[in-house]
Every structure is written in structure tokens, then in C-alpha cells.
Design a protein around this ligand. Structure first.
Ligand SMILES: *Cc1c(COP(=O)(O)O)cnc(C)c1O
Length: 486
């Protein structure tokens, strides 16, 4: 690892000094009361445990806390991840004491308010998607996929044959094949056509009586909307197969189209991408599954239901796929989502979709020709360029991503989707001001110019970050977490 000594923040061990102290409180004169840290918590086993003054400790950790790029620091166009601003109001609402202090083992009569919120969120998501039920249990998008596929398996089993294969377009998200294998199916890839969409004649050929479903990411990872989605559903339904929609990127069309009318049987959506909740640091997400009524008998338990004015947890679903997690979902994420929906209203949600598409297209138009666009189909919420023009000068997508760090921009997703060699997948999201997007476009143009003039310079980036070029794999697999005196 090369440290950047232009802006170093040393290790806490390095600023330690003999005899420095934070605060020492005097004895208070009561037996068994000691306001200083008790000896049992001191880490004697760490050699040279640092001693610092309080000022130094506060400064050190304040500086460290600002070294990571985050959405509160600047532009974060990580494709497929929807790293958008999340209204702070939703944080306030989800941390209201009556929500956070509700223990999940409390009897139903004491948590009527929380159950009501779950019920109302389901109701809103039903109205928005036009699907018949929405299951709010899944912990994340990938978990929603698994639960959806388990229900598809159950539906086929009830008809006498679980079937064997799930078709997955080569433009799908990587979690799709994993979920299909976990639910006991064999994943079979189908190639996209030259527009980056599902090839209907190929689909027709591949949809045999062995096929349980097609898992379709829409908009797909090229940021392209499947124009023939109704035909796709018809081809599958004719053979008794289902259409599973990966709607993690629902922010691209929320409110604008009815998922039900597209012919979708099951869809998951990521609350943490479309309906608020900051994410990206591995924190809790939520991937609700919207279903048609055909799947209601297989829903996982428990499901929140309403009877008269009472809300209760229904464990009595005869052909349920069973319990899929502890308790009732990621409740805090559900609260944020409901708060977000109430703030924006239906019109506001439609605006979300329109602006996310508008900004991605603004970037596309501004950078077309400077970076290559492999697929020319209309762009939805994200745009996928590649590095083929820059590669002629020996510069790769990763070099461009690293150079962007010097402009204070989080790099876009690189080398994904796999069907675009050298991909740079850019998702601005709907919450960026135009000025910020303009700065990004400026940076991308500037980098292209730099590559023309001095490709080696770009290959040496970044120059202004606390840590310069890392060995990406080593840094992730073998992070140096312990300090040893040299
Ligand atoms: C993010 C994403 C997922 C996975 O969601 P997680 O919550 O990270 O499990 C699945 N599909 C698509 C298209 C996504 O963008």
C-alpha cells in the first residue's frame, strides 16, 4: 500500500505519547462507584496501547469518519445500486421511540400501531404495482428473489411437477442465477439480441415444459426496458411457466406502468433503492415480493392481516412455503418506505421515475461519442458506456474509475454487466441536482482529454486520496487491521 503523504492521517498508535491522558475523574467517595474506565475494560494485551489527549482522539476519529466517500459527501453514480439521497425526515420517523422500542415478542395487542403500518405499506405497494398481495418479510432484494422462487416452486409442485429449469437472460443481475440455484432450479442463460433485450424467438424455443419461470431484470442491467414484456409473459404462460420480475430498479418506472398488466406473476422490489433507506454499507435492506392472487396460498408466514379494527399475524396459510426469517421483516426500513410514500404521494413517485430516466439520458447525450455506447436502445435510469475508445491508448475502465476519485466522484460500477466488455455503468439517480451531474460530465470529458494527451498520467490515478492505488483483491480479502510496531 502506498500512503499519500500530502494528506496523511496517521494511525492512532503513531500519535500516541507517554503520559497523555483524556480525562481522569476524581474519586467520588462512594464505595463501588468509579467514574473512570474500570481496569477490566483496558486492553492490556495490546502492546503499546495508545495514550492520547481527548482533543487528539476527537480530531483523529472525526478525520477518519470523513475519509470514506458517501452520498452525503458527493456524487455516487454506482450503477445498479441506486445510491440516492434519502430524506432525513425518514430517519427521524423510523427512530421514533414507539417504533424502536417495540419488542418483536410483544403480544399483538401492544403493537397494533406497528402492525397497522405494515398493513398500510402493503396496501400502498399493492396500489402502486397493481399486484394482489405484497409480502414484506424479505431482508433484501436477493432474499426476495429466493422467496419468490420458492413460491414458484411450490405452485408447480402443487400442480404435480416442480419442473427443472429457470431461464435467465445474460443481462440479468448476478443475484438471479444464485437465487434460482438456491431454490433447487438449474439456471439456463439466454442471449440478448442486438438491442440488449430478450430475443423472442429464442425464448419461444427455450420455453419447454421443463421451464419453471423466466427471471427477468427490468429495466435490465443495460438500463434498457424490455419493450416486449407482454409477449414475453404470453410465451411463458402458454407453456405453464411464470414470469418473475426483478424490480430492484423500480425507481425507473414506479407509478408509470402497472406491473400486473405487464403479465408479471411475481416481482420483488428493493425498498432500499426505490423507497428511501440509505444503503451500501451492508446495512439492512428490504426486498418485498409482490404476487398475483394465484400465489396467495403459498405466502411465507407470518403475514399481517386486518380483521375489523384489529391487526394480527396470520400463521394459518395452509400451503405456506414456511417461515423465511425471524420476526416480521426489517421494520425500520418499512417505516422509512411508508414515510417516503406519504411524503411524495403518487404524483411524486411518478416524478421519481421520470427524473431518474431524464438524468441518465442527460449523461448519455453529453458523453455519447466520447465514450462508446454498445447498445443503442433507449436508456432508462442508468447508462452503460464502455472503455473501447480509451483502450486504444491502453487505458481501462478501472483507470477511469480511479481518476474520477480525484474529482471527488465515487466511481461508477465497472466491468458489469458482463455482456459489455470494459463496462462503465452510470446511475445518477433522481435526487442529484443538475449542477452535480454537470460536474460529473465535465470530469468524464476532462479524463477523456487527459487520456488523449497523457494516458500514463490517468493510469497512475488517483493522486489526491488518502490511499493511492490499492491491490483491490488483496485489500478486500486480506485487509490490514492490526498495527504492529516495525
Ligand atoms: C441490487 C439489486 C439486487 C439485489 O438486491 P440486494 O438488496 O442487494 O440483495 C437484485 N437485482 C438487481 C437488478 C439489483 O439492482
Amino acid at each position: 500500500m502506498k500512503l499519500n503523504y500530502k494528506r496523511p492521517e496517521p494511525l492512532i498508535f503513531e500519535i500516541s505519547g507517554e503520559g497523555k491522558r483524556g480525562i481522569n475523574l476524581p474519586e467520588v467517595g462512594f464505595e463501588n462507584v468509579n467514574l473512570n474506565i474500570s481496569k477490566e475494560y483496558l486492553r492490556e494485551e495490546i502492546e503499546g496501547f495508545p495514550s492520547l489527549s481527548q482533543t487528539e482522539v476527537v480530531r483523529h476519529f472525526t478525520k477518519l469518519s470523513s475519509l470514506n466517500h458517501s452520498i452525503d459527501h458527493g456524487f455516487y453514480p454506482l450503477g445498479s445500486c441506486t445510491m440516492k439521497h434519502n430524506p432525513k425526515l425518514n430517519e427521524r420517523v423510523s427512530s421514533l421511540k414507539n417504533f424502536t422500542n417495540a419488542h418483536p415478542n410483544l403480544p399483538e395487542k401492544y403493537v397494533q400501531g406497528s402492525l397497522k403500518l405494515i398493513h398500510l405499506l402493503e396496501k400502498s405497494l399493492k396500489e402502486i404495482t397493481e399486484m394482489d398481495r405484497v409480502i414484506l418479510l424479505p431482508s433484501a432484494g436477493a432474499n426476495g428473489e429466493l422467496i419468490g422462487m420458492m413460491m414458484i416452486r411450490k405452485a408447480h409442485e402443487m400442480k404435480g411437477n416442480p419442473r427443472k429449469i429457470v431461464l435467465i437472460p445474460d443481462s440479468a443481475h448476478g443475484t438471479n442465477p444464485a437465487s434460482c440455484v438456491f431454490s433447487g432450479y438449474q439456471a439456463k442463460e439466454i442471449k440478448s439480441n442486438e438491442k440488449g433485450m430478450v430475443d423472442l424467438s429464442l425464448l419461444e424455443k427455450e420455453t419447454t415444459e421443463d421451464v419453471a419461470a423466466l427471471m427477468l431484470t427490468n429495466p435490465n442491467t443495460l438500463g434498457v426496458f424490455e419493450e416486449n414484456i407482454k409477449e414475453i409473459a404470453e410465451i411463458l404462460h402458454k407453456k405453464g411457466a411464470y414470469l418473475y420480475l426483478d424490480g430492484a430498479n423500480y425507481n425507473a418506472f414506479v407509478g408509470l406502468y402497472s406491473v400486473k398488466k405487464m403479465g408479471v406473476d411475481i416481482m420483488h422490489l428493493n425498498l432500499h433503492k426505490t423507497f428511501s433507506t440509505p444503503h451500501g454499507g451492508g446495512g439492512p435492506g428490504s426486498g418485498p415480493v409482490a404476487i398475483t392472487k394465484e400465489f396467495a396460498p403459498y405466502m411465507p408466514i407470518p403475514i399481517v392481516e386486518k380483521e375489523g379494527e384489529r391487526y394480527y399475524l396470520n400463521y394459518d396459510i395452509p400451503n405456506t412455503i414456511g417461515e423465511v426469517r425471524s420476526f416480521y421483516g426489517q421494520f425500520g426500513v418499512l417505516v422509512r418506505a411508508y414515510s417516503y410514500i406519504l411524503q411524495l404521494g403518487f404524483e411524486g413517485l411518478c416524478e421519481v421515475a421520470k427524473v431518474s430516466v431524464l438524468l441518465a439520458n442527460y449523461i448519455r447525450k453529453s458523453l455519447e461519442g466520447i465514450y462508446r455506447l454498445k447498445y443503442l436502445s433507449p436508456t432508462m435510469h442508468e447508462v452503460v458506456f464502455d472503455d473501447s475508445l480509451q483502450e486504444k491508448k491502453g487505458v481501462k475502465n478501472m483507470d477511469i474509475a480511479k481518476r474520477l476519485l480525484d474529482f471527488g466522484v465515487h466511481p461508477p460500477t465497472v466491468s458489469f454487466p458482463l455482456i459489455v466488455h470494459g463496462a462503465l455503468m452510470i446511475e445518477p439517480t433522481e435526487t442529484e441536482p443538475k449542477e452535480e451531474v454537470d460536474k460529473f460530465i465535465f470530469a468524464m470529458k476532462k479524463i477523456a482529454e487527459e487520456i488523449d494527451g497523457d494516458p500514463e498520467f490517468v493510469k497512475g490515478a488517483p493522486y489526491t486520496t488518502p490511499v493511492l492505488r490499492l491491490d483491490e483483491v488483496k485489500a478486500a480479502r486480506f485487509p490490514k487491521l492490526r498495527w504492529k510496531k516495525e
